[in-house]
Ligand binder design. Structure first.
Ligand SMILES: Cc1cc2nc3c(=O)[nH]c(=O)nc-3n(C[C@H](O)[C@H](O)[C@H](O)COP(=O)(O)OP(=O)(O)OC[C@H]3O[C@@H](n4cnc5c(N)ncnc54)[C@H](O)[C@@H]3O)c2cc1C
Length: 380
C-alpha cells in the first residue's frame, strides 16, 4: 500500500540514512554483537552525518528541524538494517525530548553541543531491580545538601549504560510526596560514587550495552536538576506518546524487512519440486503477514502524522505500541517457520530479528501496561 506521509525531502533523508547504515554499521555489526557494545566512533560519525539532534537548534549544532518524521525514518531504517546496537532512538526520541523541554539555557549550552556531535552519549535510568512498570515504587533517593543532591540507589536494564556520559536518573527527592516527590537529575561520567555494573547478558539485542548502574553518595550539583524538583513524574509522562509511537514505528519496520526476506525466500526455496511459497498453506500465511503489517502501518502512520502535528494522545500511542509489538513478534515467528532450519541460524537476518524482537513487548511500558492504560481510558 502506498504511504503518503513522507515528502521527497523525507525520502532523500531516508536514502542518506540507508547509505550511512550500509557503509558505517552493517559491515561491522556482527563484531559489535560479539563485543556487546558499539564503538564510540559510530556515535561521532552519526553526529557528523547530522543524525543526532535533528530537532535541536542549529546554534547548538543540531539540525534545527522539528519535524518528527525525520526521526521516524531513522527508526525505520535502523530497524530494517537490524542495527540493534545503535542506541540512537533512546538518545534522539527519549533523552533529546527531555533536554529540549526541561533544560535551562545554561544546561542547553553545557550539554546540547556534545549531544548533537555524539561526544556526549546519553541514557535514561528509571528501572530498578525492584521497580519497572510501577515507577512510583522506585527507591533511589536524592537528598538536598546545599548546592548539591546526594544520590543513592541502583538502576538496571539501562540502554547505553556502559557508554553513557550523561544519565538522566529518576530519583525520589521527597519520600512523602508520592509521584510529586520524583525528580530528574543528570549524572555525568566521572562523578565520584557513580559506578557501572555488568553489561547484561541478554537473549537478543547483543550489540546494545544494557547495564546496571550504581550510585553511592554521588554529589550531583543542583545545577544538574532537570526541570523542577518534584516535576520528574510529569516530565516523564509528557514524553510517553513519542516513546510509544517510536517503538511502534521500529517494530513494524523490522517486521516488514523480515516479510520481504521471507517472500523472496519462499519464491526461491523449493521442496517436493515446487517453491515453498506455492503451497497453499504458506501462500495464505504470507498473505496474512503482509496484510497485518500494512493494516498496522496505516494506524501507525496516522500516529506519526498526529505526533508531528502535536496532537497524538498517550492512549492512542499506547495502542500503536502494543499492537505493533505484537504484530512484529507474530510476523517474525511465521517468517522463521517459513525459513525452516535456516530460520534458526544466526547468519540469517530473520533469525536475529526474531531473537531481538522479543523485548519490544516488554520495554517502554510492557504490552500489559499499555492495555491497562487503554482500559483505564475506557473507564474500566
Ligand atoms: C533490553 C532492555 C532495555 C531497557 N532499557 C531501559 C532503559 O534504558 N531505561 C530504563 O529505565 N529501563 C529500561 N528497561 C526496563 C524496561 O522498561 C522494564 O523492564 C519494563 O518496564 C518492565 O519492568 P520490569 O522488568 O520491572 O517488569 P515488572 O514491572 O516486574 O513486570 C513483570 C510482568 O508483570 C506485568 N505487570 C506489571 N504490572 C502490571 C499490571 N498493573 N497489570 C498487568 N500486568 C502487569 C508486566 O507487564 C510483566 O509482564 C529496559 C529493559 C530491557 C529488557
Amino acid at each position: 500500500m502506498r504511504r503518503d506521509i513522507f515528502t521527497e525531502e523525507h525520502e532523500a533523508f531516508r536514502d542518506l540514512v540507508r547509505e550511512f547504515l550500509a557503509r558505517e554499521v552493517t559491515p561491522f555489526h556482527a563484531q559489535w554483537e560479539k563485543d556487546k557494545v558499539v564503538p564510540r566512533e559510530i556515535w561521532l560519525k552519526a553526529g557528523r552525518a547530522g543524525l543526532l539532534g535533528i530537532d535541536v537548534d542549529e546554534k547548538y549544532g543540531g539540525g534545527g528541524n522539528p519535524d518528527y518524521r525525520y526521526y521516524a525514518i531513522m527508526d525505520e531504517e535502523t530497524g530494517r538494517a537490524g542495527a540493534t546496537g545503535l542506541g540512537f532512538f533512546v538518545h534522539n526520541d527519549m533523552i533529546g525530548q527531555y533536554l529540549l523541554r526541561l533544560c535551562t539555557p545554561e544546561q542547553k549550552e553545557r550539554w546540547l553541543p556534545g549531544y548533537c556531535s555524539g561526544e556526549l552519549i546519553t541514557a535514561i535510568a528509571m528501572t530498578e531491580p525492584g521497580a519497572g512498570s510501577d515507577l512510583q515504587g522506585i527507591r533511589t533517593t536524592a537528598v538536598r545538601d546545599g548546592d548539591y543532591y546526594i544520590l543513592n540507589g541502583q538502576k538496571t536494564f539501562i540502554t547505553n549504560g556502559q557508554l553513557a556520559d550523561l544519565v538522566i536518573v529518576v530519583a525520589r527527592t521527597d519520600p512523602e510526596a508520592g509521584h510529586r516527590g520524583i525528580s530528574l537529575l543528570v549524572v555525568e561520567r566521572g562523578m565520584p560514587g557513580f559506578e557501572r555494573g555488568r553489561n547484561l547478558d541478554k537473549i537478543g539485542m547483543h550489540a546494545q550495552d544494557t547495564s546496571e548502574l550504581f550510585f553511592t553518595d554521588v554529589r550531583v550539583p543542583a545545577a544538574n536538576l532537570l526541570g523542577e524538583e518534584g516535576g520528574g513524574f510529569v516530565g516523564l509522562m509528557q514524553n510517553l506518546p513519542r516513546e510509544r509511537v517510536t517503538i511502534g514505528v521500529y517494530a513494524l519496520a523490522v517486521a516488514e524487512q523480515a516479510y520481504e526476506d521471507t517472500l523472496r525466500y519462499a519464491k526461491e526455496r523449493t521442496a517436493f519440486g515446487q517453491p515453498i511459497g506455492s503451497f497453499q498453506h504458506n501462500k495464505f500465511k504470507i498473505a496474512e503477514l503482509v496484510t497485518s503489517i500494512e493494516v498496522a502501518e496505516a494506524y501507525v502512520d496516522d500516529c506519526i502524522e498526529a505526533h508531528a502535528e502535536g496532537r497524538l494522545s498517550a492512549v492512542d500511542a499506547a495502542k500503536a505500541k502494543w499492537w505493533s509489538a505484537q504484530v512484529q513478534n507474530d510476523v517474525l515467528d511465521e517468517c522463521v517457520q517459513l525459513h525452516g532450519g535456516y530460520g534458526f541460524m544466526n547468519e540469517y537476518r530473520v533469525a536475529r530479528a526474531w531473537r531481538d524482537a522479543r523485548v519490544t513487548k516488554i520495554w517502554a511500558g510492557s504490552n500489559e501496561i499499555m492495555k491497562e492504560l487503554i482500559g483505564r481510558d475506557l473507564g474500566l
